[in-house]
Design a protein around this ligand. Structure first.
Ligand code: CA
Length: 218
């Protein structure tokens, strides 16, 4: 899952960035509101984590712009302004949730998981499909009761595929999920991870759909 973090505070931004990466997210981090606005018009992440007080353009107007364009991108607002009016303003402008600074990183990642869950319409936090059990909270995967050791990137690909069984995801889409881990994506990275996942999960666990990408059968 790919997160765009917009936060101008260096210390907080780098802590959130690290925390999210450890929780298995691919993170892009921008410090400027106007840059964020442009980035969002180009391509949307899976979740936006948005500070309200930003240079260039404030967070609330970024949020209003998104909703004005009918975007349903999930947005978690980070705010230093612990006043009722600001919270109401943020939620009214279309935020899915908000956290008041300072906050606990564990709480941020737990709330992001809840947002992602609501978005896919799942009530249970654990994804179970075709004998594969994936627990996003502790980043663990098991098959038929046996826990698998998987690198973070392979797990991120598996998570994306498990969220939409029967729906193929293109290599480009999967590369986007890998991108943001703090390094460039090598041209065959997706194939390498898929190969690795098939070795662990069984060769039929992930299907290649010609011209469309990869999919976990329904
Ligand atoms: Ca700020």
């Amino acid at each position: 899952m790919r997160v765009l973090l917009v936060e101008d505070d260096d210390l907080l931004g780098s802590a959130v960035c690290k925390g999210l990466q450890q929780a298995g997210y691919a993170v892009d981090w921008l410090r400027d509101g106007r840059q964020a606005m442009n980035a969002l018009r180009d391509a949307e992440p899976d979740i936006l984590v948005l500070d309200l007080g930003l240079p260039g353009q404030d967070g609330l107007s970024i949020l209003r712009d998104l909703r004005h364009r009918q975007s349903d991108l999930p947005v978690m607002v980070l705010t230093a302004r612990d006043t009722v009016d600001d919270r109401i303003g943020g939620l009214d402008a279309g935020a899915d949730d908000y956290l008041v600074k300072p906050f606990d990183l564990g709480e941020l990642t737990a709330r992001l998981r809840a947002i992602a869950r609501r978005r896919t319409g799942r009530a249970s936090p654990v994804i179970e499909h075709n004998g594969i059990v994936f627990d996003p909270a502790v980043r663990s995967v098991s098959v038929d009761g046996e826990t698998l050791q998987l690198p973070g990137r392979a797990m991120a690909i598996l998570e994306a595929l498990l969220e939409r069984p029967g729906v193929p995801l293109s290599r480009e889409r999967l590369e986007q999920i890998l991108y943001g881990w703090g390094e460039g994506v090598e041209s065959n990275a997706v194939e390498v991870h898929i190969h690795h996942l098939r070795k662990k999960l069984g060769k039929d666990a992930i299907k290649t759909i010609r011209g469309l990408g990869y999919m976990i059968p329904k």
